[in-house]
Design a protein around this ligand. Structure first.
Ligand SMILES: [Zn+2]
Length: 413
């Protein structure tokens, strides 16, 4: 049988050419979902796939699939990740997985080998949550709900504009659902985005589970007032409420919730001027854990704390839960396949839980799903400083290729 090999120079030149799209001058990329540079990256994807004779399909959620069909295959094995980035993010997050998936398809096609499952390399829409978060993969997995589209991560106007730019219709997003019976499985290569693999000198992380998360918009409401004439003891300062809440929550999580992380990633004061006591302070809070019970307990803690702070400071508070992702587990069979594929290449492996969300989360509940991690230097991600050694990227692509071949064998039928 012909040997199938990653073409490392093609892989490198593809990765580098994609990284020029939306490039920032500090070495990162700025490609928010359905923004001009994300759409350019999608054009690049189409041209890249067609260059090697792969067909490209675009579904009603904008997911771009490069497809490699085989005569005896019925189901599709999906290999994917995302080409969108967080604002001013790094060039590896998502992009590595998509370029490696394309490379795997090209390598298998060039070898002339026929598999028992069709292959698709997918760029999913809006993984990073500029609009909704995992919009494309949830739509494809049939998990997108109308409620999710009521709790946007941007304004409704921005959402409508983004869909228009992407030539998408809100009501058609749900039609991207694929029947799980037609899908053999899902594999994703990604950077770890944390320091563990690098610190422990492990080549390949075999992902066991992906953390769940809860997101809230919290608004403290007080009384806007004159910043000069209002005595310090007679204020209903919503800004102080938001700050007190953030500091106290940090304490609670550090002391009582060892398996959780919590972040207030945004805070806005209104009216927002030097000389006005803030009448309203809204914040966006997200917390994560690999344990669903911990998430529920922390949620109860957050609600109690917000009410306590409000009462203590003479404020009103409202909480709105905007996203719920439960923790998911990767298929034990796929974990074994990834482990064997890496070991056969002489690479060291370790099981690892993902502390970051991924498109794999959408598929894990419905089809055999697995993820391959490579080390992130310093654990830095969602930053232009995000960096992985090229040797590790190539290792990841090789493991993805071998895992694809082995999974195609075991998941056919
Ligand atoms: Zn990612």
């Amino acid at each position: 049988m012909t040997r199938v090999k990653i073409d490392t120079s093609r892989f490198k030149s593809d990765f580098d050419s994609l990284a020029t799209i939306g490039a920032t001058n500090d070495g990162g990329v700025h490609r928010p979902a359905l923004g001009p540079d994300h759409l350019k990256a999608r054009q690049w994807f189409t041209q890249r796939a067609q260059r090697d004779g792969l067909t490209v399909n675009v579904d009603s959620a904008g997911n771009h699939s490069a497809v490699l069909l085989f005569p005896e295959a019925e189901k599709a094995l999906l290999l994917g990740s995302h080409l969108d980035s967080v604002p001013y993010g790094g060039k590896y997050d998502g992009a590595l997985g998509v370029v490696a998936a394309l490379e795997v398809l090209s390598a298998i096609k060039a070898s002339g080998r026929s598999l028992g499952v069709n292959l698709e390399a997918v760029d999913f829409t809006d993984e990073e949550g500029t609009l909704v978060g995992a919009l494309g993969s949830e739509a494809m997995a049939g998990e997108l709900t109308p409620e999710r589209l009521c709790n946007l991560r941007c304004s409704r106007e921005e959402f409508v504009e983004a869909l228009k730019r992407g030539d998408l219709k809100e009501e058609s997003l749900f039609q991207a659902r694929r029947n799980p019976d037609t899908l053999a499985g899902y594999l994703e290569l990604h950077i770890e985005q944390g320091p563990w693999l690098h610190d422990n000198r492990i080549d390949i992380g075999v992902v066991t589970s992906i953390v769940g998360s809860r997101s809230f918009r919290i608004s403290f409401n007080g009384r806007p007032d004159h910043a000069g004439t209002t005595p310090m003891t007679n204020r209903a300062d919503a800004g102080l409420g938001a700050c007190a809440f953030n500091l106290a929550l940090n304490d609670i999580v550090v002391k009582q919730f060892h398996d959780c992380v919590a972040t207030v990633g945004g805070m806005e004061f209104k009216p927002g001027a030097f000389n006005i006591i803030p009448g309203q302070a809204s914040l966006c809070l997200e917390f994560r854990s690999r344990d669903k019970d911990s998430l529920e307990k922390l949620k109860a803690g957050v609600i109690n704390l917000a009410n306590d702070v409000a009462r203590h400071r003479g404020l009103d508070v409202s909480l709105e839960e905007v996203a719920v992702w439960d923790p998911v587990h990767m298929s034990p069979d796929i974990q074994r396949i990834i482990n064997t594929s890496a070991s056969n290449l002489g690479l060291s492996t370790a099981s690892i839980a993902s502390a970051a969300g991924h498109d794999a989360q959408s598929f894990a509940p419905i089809i055999p799903t697995g993820m391959i991690f490579i080390p992130s230097i310093g654990g830095i991600s969602h930053s232009p400083q995000e960096f992985s050694k090229w040797r590790d990227c190539v290792n990841g692509a090789k493991v993805l290729l071998n895992a694809t071949l082995a999974a195609a064998e075991s998941l056919r039928g």
